[in-house]
Design a protein around this ligand. Structure first.
Ligand code: ZN
Length: 489
């Protein structure tokens, strides 16, 4: 009997091993076989123009009254002067005075237009941390390898590279078949409600449906994706939603010499601790599953085996990847307590305690579901959980179709211009202006052709933002090719 059982067990293990190995060996690369294209040798003036673009303090402040429109107006003058063909040959309009929308008419009206996006605004600089910058943040200083300053990565690089690409093609007499738009918002860093959102409304109001659009988002990552030695160009095919909840506890207050067993602060702290102790569950399906389908075949054998057999190694994959904050964020709805307020005096019990909790929502979850789940997890009627009034919240985006012609165009272009990288779809965990366009475009992509390692990722919105000169030139080549590939057919 025991012999039989052992035999059965051995057979089972052999069978399982066979399935696991078979599935691993059957995995095929999802990378396209395309030839690299020669890069256009660009004049050094592209660097000096990029450098000057950084000197305009087009800052988005949380407090809108601090905004200085004149910086945007002089930036517009600079763009019109430096890119005379775009200025004179394309239809240009300003939306809400500060956002720029260009239209480049194609010859075939039967083709749906394409939209390329970036934003003009940048985040403020922490004035207490100026010593961490290699060059002053609005100097646009050019060193041997880098262009320095706020906006070099996020995202004047994209705005300027798109201008350079369009101007270059106009100079060559390029005539697109497909109409294209360029939209450069002015308030992306504070949600885009007055800029990109209005552009989307303008398109919708004029019944303009887009074939696809490309906005900032994913980048070319080196040494960031575990288990892959080549750089990975991650194309955002969806972005997470955003909502902020307020947790409020009201209490009678009183003298601190005779406190109740639980104070407003204690009750609130408990609620926050419960949320942190009960994170939203991890998943490796959806867009993150698609990412694994694309990177899995390029990984070393053990990782490849785990990726090809996620039905068996789900736990292992999740445990391995959830060690890093950024990878973990792609696998679940995140919970981040960001502000806590209570009390006014050391010997007085507070009558109110409030906490602010920010969630980034995985596609598939909704704000309503989060509200309900947080209340259940806290499970304390004394804690009021409600949506914070400061931000109305954004649901997670729909997911673009990776089997579409437009994804293929993007993947082809990346492989042509960056032959050393592999391409993969991914879930953008931040927010972009593109979230406003789902009513006018089925396929929305978030990708900026800039190379990043983990150190460079830290500099976005941080200190010492800078961008490699060679990489900037690569990105201009990328957009020239992307425009050709998207609008010539
Ligand atoms: Zn940005």
């Amino acid at each position: 009997m025991i012999k039989k059982l052992i035999l059965l067990l051995v057979c089972g293990i052999v069978l399982l091993l066979g399935i696991v190995l078979g599935r691993t060996l059957m995995v095929k690369s999802k990378q396209l076989e395309v030839s690299a294209i020669p890069h256009i040798d660009l004049d050094e003036v592209v660097v000096s123009r990029f450098s000057e673009a950084i000197t305009y303090k087009t800052i988005s402040w949380q407090d809108p009254s601090k905004m200085d429109s004149s910086e945007f107006f002089t930036f517009h003058d600079f763009l019109a002067e430096e890119f005379p063909l775009m200025d004179s040959l394309l239809e240009k309009q300003y939306i809400n005075e500060l956002t720029i929308l260009y239209k480049w008419q194609g010859t075939d009206n039967g083709l749906k237009p394409v939209l390329f996006m970036a934003h003009q605004d940048v985040v403020p600089v922490d004035s207490a941390k100026l010593d961490l910058w290699e060059a002053p943040p609005f100097s646009g200083e050019v060193s041997e390898e880098y262009i320095h300053g706020r906006g070099t990565q996020d995202v004047k690089c994209q705005l300027m590279a798109l201008h350079e690409a369009a101007e270059c093609l106009l100079a060559k007499g390029y005539q697109p078949k497909r109409t294209m738009y360029f939209s450069f918002g002015h308030d992306e860093e504070i949600g885009g409600a007055e800029g990109a959102k209005k552009v989307a409304e303008y398109l919708e109001g004029n019944n303009i449906e887009l074939e696809f659009l490309v906005d900032e988002g994913g980048t070319v990552l080196s040494g960031v994706v575990p288990g892959v030695s080549q750089p990975v160009a991650v194309v955002g095919t969806a972005e997470k939603g955003y909502v902020t909840f307020e947790l409020v506890v009201n209490d009678k207050g009183g003298h601190s010499s005779m406190p109740p067993k639980e104070t407003a602060i204690g009750i609130l702290s408990n609620a926050v601790a419960r949320l942190e102790a009960n994170p939203y569950p991890m998943t490796i399906t959806g867009v993150t599953g698609q990412l694994f389908d694309y990177i899995g075949p390029e990984m070393s054998f053990p990782m490849k085996m785990a990726m090809a057999n996620r039905w068996l190694f789900k736990r292992l994959v999740i445990n391995e990847l959830s060690k890093g904050n950024s990878a973990r964020a792609t696998m679940h709805t995140t919970t981040a307590p960001t502000i806590i307020h209570a009390g006014t005096k050391e010997n007085v019990l507070p009558t109110t305690a409030k906490a602010i909790v920010n969630h980034r929502i995985l596609p598939g979850h909704t704000i309503e579901y989060l509200l309900q789940r947080d209340r259940e997890v806290i499970d304390d009627e004394r804690v009021e959980v409600k949506k914070h009034t400061m931000h109305e919240g954004t649901e997670a985006s729909p997911v673009a179709d990776i089997n579409s012609e437009s994804f293929k165009i993007l993947q082809t272009t990346i492989s042509e211009v960056f032959p050393d990288v592999i391409v993969a779809p991914f879930l953008d965990v931040g927010g972009t202006d593109s979230k406003h366009f789902h009513g006018v475009a089925k396929n929305v992509y978030r990708f900026q052709p800039i190379r990043m390692d983990s150190e460079a990722l830290q500099r976005i919105h941080g200190n010492n933002e800078k961008h490699g000169i060679d990489n900037y030139k690569e990105s201009i080549n990328f957009f020239i090719r992307l425009i050709e590939n998207s609008t010539s057919r």
